[in-house]
Design a protein around this ligand. Structure first.
Ligand code: PMP
Length: 696
């Protein structure tokens, strides 16, 4: 068999087996090295011994071994009952790279055999430590590398590095390779092979790796003089703490308790708690890149960016580092009467990237408050400047801008808002098409103009989500609509509030949706992605004109009397600064364009499904509207909960989605790779196909 053919066979078959891997509840770790001979086996033995001491049932695996007796040493040292053939399915006698060592024996490595042996071990143990062969880029067969095997086994990686001069380069290269190959690094363990008194390199290696690699250093293994269990424990205690490694497996042990406490103590947002209490909650415990992991060790693709906030993936090294560094300086200080460093720096950056004319930044904590601030500012601006009749706020009839009473007042989603009708203030509602059942945007704009003309002098502001109305159902405006809305606002002296809480920070393919049509609103409301999805923070940007409408003597009582306790929180602002740095450094927006095209191409195929009524997309925001009858566009009734069912099935298949009624929303982190995007689309397609089959 040719190497390249072999590679394909391995992958196709292994995919099938790997499906079951994420369903089992055992934790596993892959122990790799920066090089051969760095002491992976000794580290595996030490870890296993320490874990056993803490009461864990530990299994080991050495899938591929060329010469030596690593597997036998581990079996004996950890007193394991598993057969050597299971621990080590592939053994070659010569100390060569596996791709040569096995070829010389005419042995073809079959990954499914490795995965099957691994699954059996998983069923028997709490945790399985899988020791690799050499480093990540060692070829096992043909072009198939150790890194490919790790990905298929779906394991987190622990890197063993030697301690001393020269290790930083090797370790950072290994971390970099792991990341670029989509692997999750749980941390680095240094092995003190020399066992000599520590000089400057040995003392500073861990700090360098933590800082430059952005990964935890899990411990330093001393040079072991004896491999007896008691001696290992004596030598390693206090230097290597396996608990730091077992974050997820200890959480897994607590999974049932956490689920019980969740039901007992938490009231979940936007959730009918009767359903929740009858169900099994999914408790998320970790994140890495575009994936989330629950307390039972199952992995899910984060298909809606943790409710539209995550941008560069979870545990993004640059943001992690920045927030940690900020913690060491200052966690919080108020903006009421004081300033703080990160909030000043961030305001300057935001003004730098915002549409022209937006020069002042007012911070708050979330999307709803960002919109409330804009509404109150717009209203007070006219009061302060003598246009007292301009008191009414206009908005689109089918809009959503948040859940506080002010933002509910400018919302129009009946299901969420009708119960509060008597609590909210009166507004001017502008009918607007959904782009599917109604498509006459020109007519709507004409009617908007007529309305503005009729109510001349009384409308203070118009609130819109530019181009994509997210929570309203991922409605996408045709080109030119936003520009015309902006022109109408100028013409009738109505302040334009652009709510870019959902669309901001690259979601639509540009930094801000307003940028697609060169529109500069009077207010820009930002939240969600502003911190890359790390911390709650919002900003309302406005013009000098509006700002100057508040600059008077104190006795005039024209101050903007509004402010939240955590306004301008330094940790959140530091995260936001790091978020923007990543946008620049990694050229996120230009690298996004091929992914957007790929998404468009793949979305077209959804029309092959008979119950897909309409597919909408702008950038990395997409909505797939399901219809009971595509011909007549008859929707599913809300009692069918068709969207919920589709998302439920997708979750069972390893993808987290959240619907908006009959609309399946896809909004992965911008960092999503093409293959992850394929996984998201494949699972969504399959889930829609299964759930809608024979319905309507
Ligand atoms: N505006 C828009 C456009 C939104 O999508 C949202 C949240 N989905 C909000 C405002 C409210 O944001 P938050 O939930 O942070 O209050």
């Amino acid at each position: 068999m040719k190497a390249s053919q072999g590679h394909k066979v391995i992958k196709a078959h292994a995919k099938h087996v790997a499906c079951d891997v994420y369903r089992v509840t055992c934790d596993g770790l892959f122990i790799t090295g920066t090089d051969t001979g760095v002491g992976k086996t000794i580290v595996t033995l030490a870890l296993g011994t320490l874990l056993q001491e803490q009461g864990y049932d530990v299994g080991v695996m050495k899938p591929v071994q060329c010469a030596g007796n690593d597997a036998a040493l581990l079996k004996k040292g950890l007193r394991l009952a598993d057969s050597l053939a299971e621990i080590n399915p592939y053994l070659a006698p010569e100390p060569l790279s596996p791709h040569i060592a096995f070829q010389r024996q005419n042995i073809c490595i079959r990954v499914p055999k490795i995965l099957e042996a691994y699954q059996r071990l998983q069923q028997r143990h709490d945790i399985v430590l899988v020791e690799g062969a050499g480093g990540l880029c060692v070829p096992l067969q043909g072009e198939y590398l150790v890194a490919d095997l790790i990905r298929e086994m779906d394991l987190d990686v622990v890197i063993v590095a030697r301690l001393g001069l020269g290790t930083i380069n090797h370790t950072l290269l290994t971390i970099e390779q792991a990341r670029s190959r989509g692997l999750r690094v749980r941390g680095v363990i240094f092995n003190d092979l020399a066992g000599k008194p520590h000089g400057i390199p040995e003392k500073t290696n861990p700090q360098a790796i933590r800082r430059l690699g952005g990964v935890p250093v899990l411990g330093i293994l001393p040079r072991l003089r004896s491999l007896k269990t008691a001696d290992i424990l004596k030598q390693c205690r206090g230097r290597l703490d396996p608990k730091t490694l077992l974050y997820s497996s200890s959480a897994r042990r607590d999974a049932n308790r956490l689920a019980e406490w969740d039901k007992k103590y938490i009231w979940h947002p936007f959730t009918q708690m009767k359903d929740w209490l009858n169900d099994e909650p999914l408790v998320i415990d970790e994140g890495q890149g575009c994936y989330l992991k629950d307390t039972r060790g199952r992995r899910y693709l984060d298909g809606v960016s943790s409710l539209w906030v995550n941008v560069h993936g979870h545990r993004k090294a640059e943001i992690d580092r920045t927030v940690k560094a900020q913690i060491d300086k200052l966690a919080h200080s108020t903006l009421l009467g004081l300033a703080n460093t990160p909030s000043v720096e961030l305001a300057r950056k935001l003004v730098g990237i915002a549409p022209k004319g937006l020069e002042k930044v007012f911070y708050s904590d979330n999307g709803s408050t960002a919109v409330e601030v804009a509404i109150k500012m717009a209203y007070q601006y006219w009061q302060n400047t003598g246009r007292r009749k301009k008191t009414r706020i206009a908005h689109l009839a089918n809009s959503y801008h948040g859940d506080t009473l002010g933002s509910v007042s400018v919302g129009g989603i009946d299901l969420f808002h009708h119960v509060y009708k008597k609590l909210i203030f009166k507004t001017v509602k502008v009918g607007f098409p959904d782009g599917y059942r109604e498509t006459d945007f020109d007519g709507a704009l004409d009617r908007m103009e007529a309305l503005f003309g009729k109510s001349r002098g009384t409308i203070a502001a118009l609130v819109v989500e530019p181009i994509v109305q997210g929570a309203a159902g991922m409605i996408v405006w045709p080109e030119g609509v936003l520009k015309r809305v902006a022109r109408l606002c100028r013409k009738y002296d109505i302040l334009l509030i652009a709510d870019e809480v959902a669309t901001g920070f690259g979601r639509t393919g540009k930094m801000f949706a307003c940028g697609h049509e060169g529109v500069s609103p009077d207010f820009l409301c930002l939240a969600k992605g502003i911190t890359g999805g790390y911390l709650p923070l919002a900003a309302t940007l406005t013009t000098k004109r509006v700002f100057d409408g508040f600059v008077f003597d104190y006795k005039d009582q024209k101050t903007f009397f509004h402010g939240h306790t955590y306004t301008g929180n330094p940790l959140a602002c530091a995260a936001a600064l790091a978020n923007l740095r990543v946008f620049e450094k990694e050229r996120v927006l230009s690298r996004l364009q091929p992914k957007i095209k790929h998404l468009s191409r793949r979305l077209k195929m959804f029309y092959n499904l008979p119950h897909v009524g309409h597919v909408r997309q702008k950038g990395m925001m997409a909505g797939i509207e399901l219809a009971a009858d595509r011909e007549t566009r008859r929707p599913y009734s809300w009692e069918d909960r068709i969207g919920v069912k589709v998302c439920r099935l997708a979750r069972e298949r390893g993808v987290i989605l959240r619907p908006l009624g009959n609309v399946i929303v896809l909004m992965p982190p911008l960092a999503v790779s093409e293959s992850e995007l394929d996984e998201l689309l494949d699972v969504t397609y399959g889930a829609i196909e299964t759930v809608t089959a024979g319905s309507g």
